[in-house]
Design a protein around this ligand. Structure first.
Ligand SMILES: [Zn+2]
Length: 198
């Protein structure tokens, strides 16, 4: 971690003094769209991917995102508790970021979020998915990348699985990852994302 990241404090989004994600920035996000998605049912999101919600996700991915993991995991845990009954033996898994992006950033934001969320839920974090090797996706827009995404489930769990991703646009990524888990005998009991496109 670069030293400057350790020294820099305050809200990652608006730079105000205080916590890594200030309450006003979180309040300024728009509520997520609540439509059901084909083959997925309801996808639970913290906020819409626009305005402040988009700025939070961009900060998580491209700036000093590690500092956002704890406050966002707090919010994800709260959201999950609102929508799902406690599930003994729950495993949290995540849609893995591509190797290149992970190398550029030095971390996979979805993995960090999943591990922090699992701790808050008293669940385990399990890397159950990997990306299927495929053509390079640079040059495609987000919807194109989602449509081209393919995932393999590398393991199964005996218990319930919660699938986490950062942004849901068309749902194609979640659908591909969810289908891979189902094919391995571990269909997710729920899908949780930070942000959904309106
Ligand atoms: Zn702020």
């Amino acid at each position: 971690m670069p030293a400057v990241e350790l020294l820099r404090g305050g809200c990652v989004v608006c730079r105000s003094r205080g916590p890594a994600l200030c309450a006003p920035c979180l309040r300024r996000t728009e509520p997520p769209p609540s439509t059901r998605m084909r083959d997925l049912g309801r996808v639970h999101a913290l906020f819409a991917y626009e305005g402040h919600g988009a700025r939070i996700v961009q900060a998580l991915k491209y700036r000093d995102g590690r500092r956002l993991v704890a406050p966002l995991a707090d919010e994800l845990a709260r959201r999950w508790a609102e929508v799902a009954p406690a599930a003994p033996g729950l495993a949290v898994t995540w849609v893995p970021t591509s190797g290149g992006r992970r190398r550029d950033r030095g971390f996979d934001q979805s993995e960090l979020l999943a591990r922090a969320l699992a701790r808050r839920l008293g669940a385990s974090a399990r890397p159950l998915l990997r990306r299927r090797p495929g053509p390079a996706q640079t040059g495609l827009d987000r919807a194109g990348r989602e449509a081209a995404a393919g995932y393999l489930a590398t393991a199964r769990t005996g218990g319930p699985v919660l699938l986490l991703d950062d942004v849901c646009t068309t749902g194609a990524t979640l659908r591909a990852a969810s289908a891979a888990l189902a094919g391995a005998g571990s269909p997710p009991i729920g899908h949780l994302v930070l942000a959904r496109t309106p």
